[in-house]
Write a protein that binds this ligand. Structure first.
Ligand code: GLA
Length: 693
């Protein structure tokens, strides 16, 4: 049993294989947090501290950790829920009304029922445990059983308490072309706020928290949580004056008002959370395993070729066929035609919204290209940006009222486009039908769904920020139901849409438009902390890189991209015979190691050298892969020592290095480690290894 209820029915101990989480109901009916950390065995030992005011200025609500603090009473700290009732009452008072336990195949769930003391308004706190992943999902479900609507001004899905001060908080910052820039800061007094206000983007911060006590990859305590939502989120971390740190996350209250009509239910996005006593590696492993087994769609991701960087908007059928032939020669399995195939799309100025095939570019229709691609025994993918319209497009001429706008203001453009108000039923119908028609008429296996600008001018409804993405989730889910073989890639100007919400809706995720193989090492390292490798699309592109101007050898570029789901974005028609041969070899090797890369266990290895080696290991069953990168050799050209992880101590492993095979035991490889020396700039190595039976 993972859920144990104390004999007095007032203490709840929730345990996974290695962790426990506990809370209780006190004599005043408050739901009070009691514990989060290493597994404890008995609920009977948990005590509910008696609440006494520190002073009349420090009311009890302030000093006790609550599981779901609401706005109301003498509460001044961050609250999860703030609502206004129809009669103008702007405070909540909850009463505990019992609990239920539910069970599924891989989970057990405790639902705690809270009701407002006066109104027929219900708040169910859900705690779903996934014991073998050492993870829990928390959220709240609100139910309005009154005759009148209720206005919700703030809805954070849960609050967590960590009984320490001086923790480290980490997340990522960034912008287009520079997503996933990891930062860590010491939590001190005051608050840390991470958020998104743009509607479409996670370029800037990502909806998760990691709080640690000077942890390393393999040691130290880490508390973490990831929000299962795309779009406007907010997360607050606060070290309180009472010796603890609290964190909460949920829908961003900025410019947001959600109305709950009579009889309506609202389920807040869940937070997937966990605790590790053994550093960041355990955190990543638990999340990755859970994402692969329970969240993402099954199956290995194909090696794709995408023609965007080769042709940009200058698309025509014959050139695309030439690229497809070459992509096949290299070993690609999926050919993706990016932007520029539709309407009057010759640049960013026009075309979005007019989703018919451009006859000038495809005089014999899209079939000619698709037939050629299929004739090569490759899958076919197509780019779309369904939420957008250009001002010049016919769609906008026909339906100027379909965009988010104010009649008395000039409508905002960004990348010369408007955002469609997808909460209008007619717009939803248009988007669904447009995609359904494409998928029905053409033999399409893959849709790259882009969104290249933030939302603005959302009109009088303040629930758009939340509803917009719910509609997108709904359309994609419906399309996948009707066209189950089609994979959907989420892209938003690069890596603008990656989170634990979208991870279960789409299949493939574009990490960043920044394809510089060196920048990618940082981006991918940060990404891997929370997201599984299968969700990390990585392309090999041309040099000098369009963003960084850097020249990097093709081998290094391949190795860097082979760390994720491999894609090729080069102008391959310009490849020399040597580049063709090298690419063929690399893609062949990738296909061989793909199950280990995409579904294996991923390790960020320690680099004990003063030279900046990047070392990564992947393990699946008896097979393993090691990547080593040295972007720049320094004076002395030092080597490093690679200490592998996750091996069986007594088993013998054979490593196929460029200098020949090496056979060693697991204990040697994990303890002593392998000396490795790369030299020159942008040096890299990929070593496959396996257990000797
Ligand atoms: C965005 C995407 C790119 C590409 C272009 C096309 O920038 O991130 O990969 O699809 O749009 O316009």
């Amino acid at each position: 049993m993972s859920i144990v209820v104390g004999t007095q029915n007032e203490v709840f101990l929730l345990s996974t294989e290695n962790t426990s989480y506990a809370f209780g109901i006190d004599d005043q009916g408050l739901v009070r947090h009691l514990y989060w950390g290493k597994k404890i065995l008995s609920a009977e030992e948990l005590e509910m501290p008696v609440l006494t005011e520190v002073s009349t200025n420090d009311p009890v609500y302030e000093i006790t950790p609550e599981e779901f603090p609401v706005h109301g009473g003498l509460r001044y700290k961050e609250h999860c829920l703030k609502a206004t009732f129809a009669d103008g009452t702007r405070e909540l008072v909850y009463r505990y009304c019992g609990y239920d336990v539910e069970e599924g195949e891989d989970w057990e769930e405790l639902v705690l029922h809270l009701k407002d003391d006066h109104y027929d308004f219900y708040m169910d706190l859900h705690y779903r445990l996934y014991p073998r992943y050492d993870l829990m999902e928390r959220n709240v479900v609100l139910k309005n059983q009154m005759e009148e609507p209720l206005q919700i001004e703030q809805l954070h899905s849960a609050q967590f308490h960590i009984p320490y001060e001086n923790l480290n908080f980490s997340n990522v910052h960034g912008h287009w072309g520079a997503e996933e820039q990891r930062f860590t800061q010491r939590v001190s007094y005051g608050k840390i706020l991470i958020e998104n206000r743009r509607g479409t983007s996670s370029h800037n911060h990502n909806p998760y928290f990691i709080l640690d006590r000077d942890a390393t990859e393999t040691t130290g305590e880490v508390f973490f949580g990831a929000l299962r939502m795309t779009g406007n989120f907010s997360g607050v971390v606060e070290q309180t004056p009472y010796g603890e740190t609290l964190v909460q996350m949920g829908i961003n209250p900025h410019d947001c008002l959600l109305q709950l009509d009579p009889g309506q239910t609202l389920s807040a996005p869940a937070i997937l959370c966990g605790y590790s006593a053994t550093g960041f590696e355990t955190m990543s492993h638990n999340l990755h395993r859970f994402a692969l087994d329970q969240v993402m769609s099954k199956g290995l991701r194909p090696v794709l070729y995408n023609s965007w960087e080769a042709t940009e908007f200058h698309v025509n059928c014959q050139d695309q066929i030439k690229l497809a032939n070459k992509a096949k020669e290299l070993g690609a399995e999926l050919f993706v035609l990016d932007d520029g195939w539709f309407g009057e799309r010759h640049s960013i100025q026009n075309g979005l919204g007019d989703w018919y095939v451009n006859e000038g570019k495809f005089p014999n229709g899209l079939e000619e290209l698709i037939d050629a691609v299929k004739g090569l025994d490759m899958k076919f993918g197509l780019w779309v940006e369904p939420e957008m319209v250009n001002p010049k497009a016919q769609l906008y001429q026909d339906h100027p009222d379909w965009i988010y706008h104010y009649d008395t203001r000039v409508s905002d453009t960004s990348r010369v486009q408007y955002v469609l108000n997808v909460t209008k039923p007619e717009v939803q119908e248009f988007i669904y039908n447009m995609l359904d028609n494409l998928l029905t008429r053409y033999d399409i296996d893959y849709i790259k769904w882009d969104a290249n600008r933030p939302i603005s001018q959302t009109g009088p409804q303040r629930d758009i920020w939340y509803k917009h993405i719910q509609v997108i989730y709904g359309i994609v889910t419906a399309l996948k139901k009707k066209h189950p073989h089609v994979l959907f890639e989420a892209c938003a100007s690069g890596g603008g849409r990656i989170d634990y919400g979208i991870l279960g809706i789409f299949d493939d995720f574009w990490t960043s438009d920044n394809t510089d193989a060196y920048d990618r090492l940082y981006i991918q390292d940060a990404y891997s902390r929370i997201y599984p490798i299968k969700a990390m699309r990585a392309w090999v592109t041309d040099c000098p890189n369009f963003l960084s101007g850097r020249m990097i050898p093709l081998t290094f570029r391949f190795h860097s991209a082979m760390m994720g789901s491999l894609g090729i974005g080069c102008n391959i028609l310009k490849f020399t015979p040597e580049e063709v041969e090298l690419s063929q070899k690399m893609i062949r090797q990738y296909k061989e190691i793909r199950p280990v890369i995409q579904e294996g266990t991923f390790y960020r290895l320690d680099n004990p050298s003063a030279d900046q080696y990047f070392l990564y290991e992947y393990l699946k069953g008896d097979k393993g892969v090691l990547f080593a990168f040295l972007p720049q050799s320094k004076v002395g050209h030092r080597g490093t020592t690679v200490r592998l992880r996750g091996l069986e101590e007594e088993a013998r492993y054979i490593l196929h290095t460029s200098q020949g095979d090496i056979t060693k035991t697991g204990s040697y490889l994990m303890g002593h480690g392998l000396p490795l020396r790369l030299s020159g700039d942008y040096a890299s190595a990929l070593v496959q290894f396996e257990k000797i039976p």
